[in-house]
Structures are given as structure tokens and as C-alpha cells.
Design a binder for this molecule. Structure first.
Ligand SMILES: Nc1ncnc2c1ncn2[C@@H]1O[C@H](COP(=O)(O)OP(=O)(O)OP(=O)(O)O)[C@@H](O)[C@H]1O
Length: 306
């Protein structure tokens, strides 16, 4: 099986709302692909359609070139964590996983292996109802891993995890990708994906904004700015503005300059005999790029209504 996920012109309407609108992207094996978008962007709806839990209104999803009706089902093919709270609270984690292993033809030994992997061996006999959110996430991840599948989907897996848990999940995802699996992970926070994913699919209001590597995505932000410190700020600002730059004073001795490279700024200052104390290029952060690119598609803004 070549576990490529292909989403083509995928649309899902609920009445007059298009939760997902004409999405096309590919998720490849060997990478952790982050699936990013503001709240309500359509991430969960898309994941549910990839899993065959919801039917698209139009468009297609294939895994290994096959649609949901034509491909083998079950945890040995695609593993997923959708909603960590969606488990029977009266059972123990071991009983829950054992039942799933039985119904999916997975060897019994695998239950203890995945419990160990997610760090729940000590709590395996306790009722899931008494688990913290972080423990439920770990159990959800164990469920996704149970069938040792080539394709893994995770919806907001970092929710509720403590910093140690977040580090562990990042390492786990990278290892799963290095083993050649397809790992597709949703989040509404760029900060969560920055150190987790190497590829990104970004959506807003159900539509594709970007599908590319993290580095390519970062380059889409406003781009480089340069911090310049000088005892002659007023003269420097005038020279740089005349040279085509946009200049933002920070109130102290520093200007943030965009539109000119550090080299051009240094040369302009030299030609005009202006002393510089600092000249530092600063890359736009991924967070900035994400906010800029999704600004028009944020549905729920704090403060005033749009
Ligand atoms: N069963 C449903 N009935 C009606 N509308 C729905 C249904 N499921 C989702 N929606 C709507 O579709 C849109 C996309 O929702 P979805 O849960 O897929 O977004 P999301 O990107 O996963 O958001 P979040 O980050 O908040 O979980 C939202 O406007 C949501 O209200």
C-alpha cells in the first residue's frame, strides 16, 4: 500500500453552510503534515470525510488511490484520533483496547505494547471516566496506533497534554513519519505545528489557503524586516524612506525597516555618514504568516463582530 491521501474538489454543505468548499490537496507518506486553520475552518469535517464517517456533498477522497467503499476498512489500515472524549467511560483502557483489537483482528499482545508506548501501562486497569483530558488523548493515540496502520490521522492531539506530553507526541509523530507512514495532524495553533510538522495544509472557511512545506509557508509572510539601531534616527528614517523602505520607530533607538535588505540599509547609512549601532535581519515568524494568510477567513473574532 502506498498510503497517499488525495483530496479532490471536496465539498461538504450543511444546509446553506459550506463547511468544506472545493478542497484539493495531497498528503504524502514520510512526513508529518500539519492541517491548520482557524476555529470552524472545516478541519474536523475534512478528517471525517477522509475516514469515510461523513459523505462529501461532492468531490472525492482516496487513500492509496481507492475511495472509502473500495478500500479495506479498520484500524489496521487507517488509525485515527478524532475526539478523545468519545469513549465509554465505564470501561478500563485495557478493556477498551482489547475489544477493539478483537474486532479488528489485531493480536492481543499489541494492547500492552501501545499502552506502554503512550505511557498508560500503570493506569490501564482504571475506568476511562476518571481519566484527565491528557490521559484520554494518550488513550486516543494508543487507539490510533493499535493496528500499526500506514496512515494516521489526529484531530487536535496536543489538546490537554502537559509540556512533557507535547514533546513526547512530537517525537512519536516524527518517528511514525520516518517509518514511512502518512501522518496528518490538525491544529488551530501554528505554534503547535511549528515544531511538529514539516509540511502544511492550511485552510480557512472551508477553502485551501496553502499546501506546501513549512519553509515555503514562512516565506509567504510579509518577509524579512530589519532592526536598525542608531543615535541619528530621524536622519536615518528620512534616508531610508527616500530609499523606498517602510519604517516603524519603536519609540527608543531602534527602527524596524521593511522593503530594503540589511545590505542596502548599511550602504545607504554609510553614504549619508549616519552611524549605525545595530543592523539585524529578522525573519517573519510562522505565526505572523499564518495570521496574515488566514486574517480574511477567521470566523470568530474576539471583540467586535465582523
Ligand atoms: N453536523 C454539522 N451540522 C451543521 N454544521 C456543521 C456540522 N459539522 C460542522 N458544521 C459546521 O461546519 C464548519 C466547519 O466545522 P469543523 O468542525 O469541521 O471545523 P474545525 O476546523 O474542525 O474547527 P475547530 O478548530 O473549531 O474544531 C463550522 O461552521 C461548523 O459549524
Amino acid at each position: 500500500m502506498i498510503p497517499v491521501i488525495e483530496v479532490k474538489n471536496l465539498t461538504k454543505r450543511y444546509g446553506s453552510t459550506a463547511a468544506v468548499n472545493g478542497l484539493t490537496f495531497t498528503v504524502r507518506p514520510g512526513h508529518v503534515t500539519g492541517f491548520l486553520g482557524p476555529n470552524g475552518a472545516g478541519k474536523s469535517t475534512t478528517l471525517r470525510m477522509i475516514l469515510g464517517l461523513n459523505d462529501p456533498t461532492s468531490g472525492t477522497v482516496t487513500v492509496d488511490g481507492r475511495g472509502f467503499r473500495d478500500r479495506p476498512r479498520g484500524l489496521r489500515h487507517v488509525g485515527a484520533l478524532l475526539d478523545a472524549g468519545d469513549v465509554h467511560g465505564g470501561r478500563s483502557a485495557r478493556a477498551h483496547l482489547s475489544a477493539l483489537a478483537r474486532s479488528n483482528g489485531i493480536p492481543r499482545d499489541r494492547v500492552d505494547e501501545v499502552l506502554q508506548e503512550v505511557g498508560l501501562t500503570g493506569a490501564a486497569g482504571r475506568r476511562i471516566g476518571g481519566y484527565s483530558l491528557g490521559m484520554k488523548q494518550r488513550l486516543g493515540i494508543a487507539t490510533a496506533l493499535l493496528g500499526d496502520p500506514p496512515v494516521l490521522l489526529f484531530d487536535e492531539p496536543l489538546n490537554g497534554l502537559d509540556p512533557e506530553g507535547v514533546l513526547w507526541v512530537r517525537g512519536l509523530f516524527r518517528r511514525l513519519a520516518a517509518e514511512g507512514r502518512t501522518v496528518f495532524v490538525s491544529s488551530h495553533l501554528m505554534s503547535e505545528m511549528e515544531n511538529t510538522a514539516d509540511q502544511l495544509v492550511v485552510i480557512g472557511r472551508g477553502e485551501l489557503i496553502a499546501a506546501e512545506s513549512l519553509a515555503e509557508f514562512a516565506a509567504r509572510g510579509t518577509g524579512l524586516s530589519v532592526a536598525v539601531r542608531s543615535p541619528e534616527l530621524t536622519a536615518l528614517a528620512a534616508v531610508l524612506t527616500a530609499g523606498g523602505a517602510t519604517v516603524h520607530p519603536d519609540g527608543g533607538e531602534t527602527l524596524t525597516v521593511s522593503g530594503l535588505s540589511a545590505a542596502s540599509i548599511g550602504e545607504l547609512a554609510f553614504r549619508n555618514r549616519i552611524v549605525l549601532h545595530e543592523l539585524s535581519p529578522r525573519a517573519a515568524s510562522l505565526e505572523q504568516a499564518f495570521m496574515e494568510l488566514t486574517a480574511d477567513s477567521v470566523e470568530y473574532l474576539a471583540g467586535e463582530a465582523r
